[in-house]
Design a protein around this ligand. Structure first.
Ligand code: LCS
Length: 394
C-alpha cells in the first residue's frame, strides 16, 4: 500500500511496505547473521551493488530495514540507518561528517556523552568542538570558523528543555556550508520533523519515545538525501554499531502506539507543569507548553505538541531535590526517558555528570535541576505522588 498520503498514526501502523509471504501480520524477526546467495554470480552482484539482496546483518537485515523505512518516511528523509544505540547514531554522524582539522558547533545543552565524546575523544583526532546556547542563533554565527563543517542541535535540549529555532539555524547552516544535524530524541517525528525545516541529518535514541517501553536500547540516523545516506551507512557498517534484528522488531512494535502514547503523556505533562508552576516549593520550571517558557511561541511554531519532558528547580536547591527524588513512589528514580512509565532523575550527578562543572553551569545544568519524564499513568496519581514527596521537603 502507498502510505505517502496517509495520516501520521496510519503511517505508524502501515509504513515500511513489508508484505510477508506467509501472511504474518507482523514483521518477522530475521535472526540471522548471514544470508545465502542463489549462486556465486548472485553473491558477486550483491557485493558490487547490482543486486539489493541481503548479505550480512551488519550491512543490512530485512527486519532492521523495515524499521529504517518507517522512520525515514516519518521523518521525511531519503533513508535511515539503524544503530545499536543512540550513541551509535551520534558517533556514526561524528565519524561520517568530520575529519582532522574540522570544527563542529553543538548546542551546549545536549545529552552528556554526546558532548563529552567530542571533548575527550574526537579532540585526539584533531577535531575541534564549540558548545554554544543555540536557542539564540546569533551565538552560532559568532562561533563559525573557516573550518566549521557541522552544526549539531538538540531541541528540546537534554536536560534544559531549551528550544532552538530550526528554520533560522538551517538558514545559517546553508549560508555557511555546514551540515545541520538534529538530535530529535525529545520530540520524535510525531511532534517535530527537522528535515522539513532544512536539517540534513536527524538522529534518535530509539531507546526513548520511539520504542517507548524501556525494554531496548537503540538508535537511528536519518539522511535527507541519497549521497548523505550512502556516506553514513558506510560509516555505520565500518564502525560496526549496527542494530540487532530483535531490537528492530521491538521498536517496530513500540512505534505503533507513538502517537497515542505521546498524546497522553503530553496531556499529563501539561497538567503536572501547571501544578508545579504555582507550587510554593518550586523555584523555576521549564516546560514548552507553559507561557513562561522562553521559547513557548517558537515551540508552537515548530512542534506539533509540547512533549512530556519537564525540568524544574526547587527553592531548597539540590538537598530539596534529593528529598523529592527519594520520596516519590510512582515516578521511578532512573535515567532514560520517553517511556510509558514516569521517571525522575538528577542530570548534574547522573546523565550529565561527566560534563565539567563550569560547562554544566554555563549550559544551565545547575545542581538544582530535576528532570521529569512524564509517563502515561493517571495524572491525578502522578500529581498526588509529587504532592506527598514535595510535602516532605522542610
Ligand atoms: N541523544 C539524546 C537526546 C539522549 O537523551 C540520549 C540518551 C542519547 C542520544 C543516547 O542514546 P542511547 O545510546 O542511550 O540510546 N539519553 C539518556 C538520558 O537522558 N538518560 O539516560 C540515557
Amino acid at each position: 500500500m502507498d502510505t505517502k498520503n496517509l495520516g501520521f498514526n496510519s503511517k505508524l501502523i502501515h509504513a515500511g511496505g513489508y508484505k510477508d509471504k506467509q501472511g504474518s501480520v507482523n514483521v518477522p524477526i530475521f535472526q540471522s547473521s548471514t544470508f545465502q546467495f542463489e549462486s556465486a554470480e548472485e553473491g558477486a552482484r550483491c557485493f558490487n551493488g547490482e543486486s539489493d539482496g541481503y548479505i550480512y546483518t551488519r550491512l543490512g537485515n530485512p527486519t532492521i530495514n523495515v524499521l529504517e523505512k518507517i522512520i525515514a518516511e516519518l521523518e521525511k528523509g531519503y533513508g535511515a540507518i539503524g544503530t545499536g544505540s543512540g550513541m551509535g547514531a551520534v558517533n556514526t554522524v561524528y565519524m561520517g561528517l568530520l575529519k582532522k582539522g574540522d570544527h563542529i558547533i553543538s548546542s551546549d545543552a545536549v545529552y552528556g556523552p554526546s558532548r563529552v565524546v567530542l571533548e575527550e575523544k574526537y579532540s585526539e583526532f584533531g577535531i575541534e568542538s564549540s558548545f554554544v546556547n543555540t536557542s539564540n542563533s546569533e551565538n552560532i554565527k559568532k562561533a563559525i570558523k573557516p573550518s566549521t563543517k557541522v552544526l549539531y542541535l538538540e531541541t528540546p535540549a537534554n536536560p534544559t528543555i531549551e528550544i532552538s529555532d530550526l528554520k533560522k539555524c538551517s538558514e545559517i547552516a546553508k549560508e555557511n556550508n555546514l551540515t545541520m544535524v538534529v538530535d530529535n530524541t525529545f520530540s520524535s517525528p510525531y511532534l517535530q520533523r527537522p528535515i522539513e525545516f532544512g536539517a540534513d541529518v536527524v538522529i534518535h535514541s530509539l531507546t526513548k519515545f520511539i520504542n517507548g517501553h524501556a525494554d531496548i536500547v537503540g538508535g537511528i540516523v536519518v539522511a535527507k538525501d541519497e549521497q548523505m545516506y550512502k556516506k553514513l551507512r558506510s560509516t555505520m557498517i565500518n564502525l560496526g554499531c549496527n542494530m540487532d534484528p530483535h531490537q528492530a522488531f521491538l521498536v517496530i512494535r513500540g512505534l505503533k502506539t507513538l502517537g497515542l502514547r505521546i498524546d497522553r503523556a503530553q496531556e499529563n505533562a501539561m497538567k503536572i507543569a501547571e501544578y508545579l508552576e504555582w507550587h510554593p516549593k518550586i523555584e523555576w520550571i521549564k516546560y514548552p507548553g507553559l507561557k513562561s517558557h522562553p521559547q513557548h511561541e517558537l515551540a508552537k511554531k515548530q512542534m506539533n505538541g509540547f512533549g512530556s519532558m519537564i525540568s524544574f528547580g526547587l527553592k531548597g536547591g539540590f538537598e530539596a531535590g534529593k528529598t523529592l527524588m527519594n520520596n516519590v513512589k510512582m515516578a521511578m528514580l532512573a535515567v532514560s526517558l520517553g517511556g510509558v512509565e514516569s521517571l525522575i532523575e538528577h542530570p548534574a550527578s547522573m546523565t550529565h555528570s561527566k560534563v565539567s562543572q563550569a560547562d554544566k553551569i554555563k549550559a544551565g545544568i545547575t545542581d538544582g535541576l530535576v528532570r521529569y519524564s512524564v509517563g502515561i499513568e493517571d495524572v491525578d496519581d502522578l500529581i498526588s505522588d509529587l504532592r506527598q514527596a514535595l510535602d516532605k521537603i522542610k
